[in-house]
Design a protein around this ligand. Structure first.
Ligand SMILES: NC(=O)c1ccc[n+]([C@@H]2O[C@H](COP(=O)([O-])OP(=O)(O)OC[C@H]3O[C@@H](n4cnc5c(N)ncnc54)[C@H](O)[C@@H]3O)[C@@H](O)[C@H]2O)c1
Length: 253
C-alpha cells in the first residue's frame, strides 16, 4: 500500500462505514482526520485506534459537513493537524425512507439534498485547493445503490445519491488532469447504525435474504476495503467510476 505517511480526511468517521474506513486508513499508516457531528463517537474511535500506536494517528474534528462554514473550519483544522491532505473520503449521508414526493415536505427535501449531495460539493470544494498545492490526491465519494436503481418512498435520497454519482464524473473530468482522482462507491445494504435505525430486525432479515445474491448484509469493513483501494495508488488508472459493493443485486422480478 502507498498510503503510509499520507493524510486522510474521512467524514462520518464516528460510525458505520466511515468508522471502518477511518480505522483501515489508520492501520494502513495514514494520519486520519475523522470528521463527524458526533464528538462522543469520534472520541470512542480515537480510543479504539490509539494515539498512532496501532497505525497512523487519528484526530477527531467535530463538524457538520452539510454546512459551508463548518466544513471550511474542519478542513482548515485538518491542514493544521496534518500539514496536507492526500485522501478525502466523503461518507456522511443517510435518510429515513417512508414518504413519496407528494408527502415529502420541501424543507426535508432540502435537508436530505444538503446532507447527501451538497456536503460532497462543500468538502471537495474546500479540499481540492489543498490537494492541488500538494500535487494531487484521491477522493472517494459514497453514493448508494438507491442512487443507481432507485428506492421506494425515498425520492430526495435517491436523487441526491444519483447526484453524487454524476458529481463524481464531473470532478474526474475537471480535476483528474491535475492529479486529483475522484471515484465513488455505491453500497448495498450494510450492517450499520443507519440500517438499525431505519428498519426492524425482521425487515433487516428480509432485506439480507432477498436483496443481495450473497443473502446477507455487507459489513462496514467490506465497504472500507473498496474505499481504501480507491484511495490508494493501487487504483491509479481508475477515474470517475462508481463501484457497487452490494453482494450482487438479486433479481427483483
Ligand atoms: N448502511 C447502508 O445500508 C447504506 C447503504 C447505501 C448507502 N449508504 C451510505 O453510506 C454512508 C454511510 O452510511 P452508514 O450506514 O455508515 O451511516 P451511519 O448513520 O451508521 O453513520 C453515519 C455517521 O455520519 C455522521 N453524520 C451524519 N450526518 C452528518 C453531518 N451532516 N456531518 C457530519 N457527520 C454526519 C453520523 O453522526 C454518524 O456517525 C451514507 O452516505 C449512506 O447514505 C449506507
Amino acid at each position: 500500500m502507498s498510503l503510509d505517511g499520507k493524510v486522510a480526511v474521512v467524514s462520518a468517521a464516528g460510525a458505520g462505514i466511515g468508522a471502518a474506513t477511518a480505522a483501515l486508513l489508520a492501520r494502513s499508516g495514514c494520519t486520519v482526520v475523522g470528521v463527524d457531528l458526533d464528538g462522543d463517537a469520534l472520541d470512542e474511535q480515537r480510543r479504539a485506534l490509539g494515539d498512532g500506536d496501532r497505525g497512523g494517528a487519528f484526530h477527531p474534528v467535530v463538524a457538520d459537513v452539510s454546512d459551508a462554514e463548518s466544513v471550511q473550519a474542519a478542513i482548515d483544522e485538518a491542514v493544521r493537524l496534518g500539514g496536507r491532505i492526500d485522501v478525502l473520503a466523503n461518507i456522511a449521508g443517510g435518510s429515513r425512507p417512508g414518504q413519496d414526493m407528494v408527502e415529502l415536505d420541501p424543507a426535508e427535501w432540502d435537508r436530505l439534498v444538503q446532507v447527501n449531495l451538497t456536503s460532497v460539493f462543500l468538502m471537495c470544494r474546500a479540499v481540492i485547493p489543498v490537494m492541488r498545492t500538494g500535487g494531487g490526491g484521491s477522493i472517494v465519494n459514497v453514493s448508494s445503490g438507491a442512487g443507481l436503481r432507485g428506492m421506494h418512498r425515498n425520492p430526495a435520497y435517491v436523487a441526491a445519491k444519483a447526484g453524487v454519482v454524476a458529481l463524481t464524473r464531473a470532478m474526474a473530468l475537471d480535476h483528474g488532469p491535475e492529479g486529483i482522482r475522484t471515484n465513488c462507491v455505491a453500497p448495498g445494504p450494510v450492517a450499520t447504525p443507519l440500517m438499525r435505525r431505519n428498519r426492524t430486525p425482521q425487515q433487516i432479515e428480509m432485506l439480507a435474504r432477498d436483496v443481495s445474491v450473497l443473502g446477507r448484509l455487507g459489513e462496514p469493513e467490506e465497504l472500507a476495503e473498496v474505499i481504501v483501494w480507491l484511495a490508494d495508488d493501487a487504483s491509479s488508472y481508475v477515474l470517475g467510476q462508481t463501484i457497487e459493493v452490494d453482494g450482487g443485486v438479486a433479481s427483483v422480478v
